[in-house]
Design a binder for this molecule. Structure first.
Ligand code: KG4
Ligand code: ZN
Length: 334
């Protein structure tokens, strides 16, 4: 069964053709991040206008890359939410238009659920129930997952998402947008012990996260150091700050995730979302899992961030279970 996946929840336009929920035949991505970079973050109006401009070429490239035409597509999966409403509507209306004109069923899926389904595209075997950690630019959440569409939330961020903290810290250090990949690269050359940034705890809610404290601490530290040093940082200093910040974020993710796994007695931890591409997240989680005997499963780095393949992969399960949506389906922002 060939499923076309469309992902337009934010600043990326993704289209992908996936066979039988597992085999990626094509996975095309266009990003407007370069335009948002000069604003230091996503401008929703610009993001949705770019979606309109690129959705057709991205779709055509995904079909030709897979060596198929719309006549070969058996079902369409599209991100319904959460995300930027203007961006979401572009993908959703494209899915509806193809569905109506070609008489192909379509299904709207959750962006968050799709992230946790990315691991299946690597043909990894995962057994239910598992603990899912979703950590992206908009979310940092822990779920007990017992099947497709069967989730219970067991922990969440009380304020910023971890990816948001990466982006805001990068902005404070004038490192560009998105902040995650550049901080990851600079941190690899820095010393994580340089600055001991705080690790937040929420009294009475051990499985909830908070990243606004670390974000503010780093931003203040950067401002103070800038004043002291007449506004100039050496490369070495930037790398050390990045490494110290990243270490604190990874420690918080690590502590709560393994506590949650113990809490629900999960042997397998599935990771998803842009921040799970982070090299330090990957190495420290693998190290801890080796100590505890649990299994941590990461998607390939290119499948951690937003893409159409994860949407197609998840949509396959809904479509084969007989679910399809009608043309009055609406997008949701949160
Ligand atoms: O999942 P995603 O592509 O979009 C959302 O659903 O938000 O995640 C984007 C987030 C951004 O905040 C970005 O800075 C972060 O993931 N990110 C990373 C890395 N790559 C992307 N954070 C840390 N290290 C990375 N290597
Ligand atoms: Zn995402």
């Amino acid at each position: 069964m060939l499923v076309l996946g469309l992902e337009t929840s934010c600043d990326e336009t993704g289209a992908s053709v996936v066979k039988d929920g597992k085999t990626i035949l094509s996975n095309v991505l266009a990003s407007s991040a370069d335009i948002h970079e000069k604003y230091g973050g996503i401008v929703p109006e610009i993001a949705s206008r770019r979606q309109i401009a690129v959705i057709v070429p991205v779709l055509n490239e995904a079909l030709s890359g897979a060596g198929v035409s719309l006549d070969d597509i058996d079902g369409i999966a599209v991100t319904q939410g959460p995300g930027l409403i203007g961006s979401l509507l572009v993908g959703l209306n494209m899915a509806k238009a193809i569905s109506l004109s070609r008489n192909i069923p379509f299904v709207g899926v959750s962006h968050l659920e799709a992230h946790l389904w990315a691991v299946f595209l690597d043909h990894k075997k995962v057994s239910f129930p598992f603990l899912g950690l979703l950590v992206s630019g908009g979310h940092t959440s822990l779920y007990r997952v017992s099947g497709v569409g069967r989730y219970s939330s067991i922990g969440d961020t009380r304020d910023d998402a971890a990816g948001e903290a990466f982006d805001k810290v990068a902005m404070a250090m004038e490192l560009g947008y998105p902040g995650g990949p550049v901080i990851d690269a600079m941190a690899a050359r820095g010393d994580p012990e340089t600055v001991k940034f705080p690790r937040s705890r929420i009294r009475g809610h051990p499985l909830d996260f908070s990243f606004s404290g670390i974000k503010t601490a780093v931003v203040q530290y950067v401002m103070e150091r800038k004043k002291e040093g007449a506004g100039k940082f050496s490369q070495e200093e930037i790398c050390d700050i990045c490494a110290s910040f990243q270490e604190a974020v990874v420690d918080m993710l690590l502590e709560k995730t393994f506590l949650a796994a113990e809490h629900i007695k999960a042997q397998e931890i599935v990771m998803g979302g842009g921040v799970t591409a982070n090299s330090r997240v990957r190495s420290k989680f693998m190290e801890r899992a080796a100590e505890t005997g649990q299994r941590v499963i990461f998607p390939s780095p290119h499948l951690c961030t937003d893409n159409g393949a994860m949407v197609a992969g998840l949509g396959y399960h809904y479509l084969t279970a007989g679910r399809s949506d009608s043309l009055d389906l609406d997008a949701y922002a949160s």
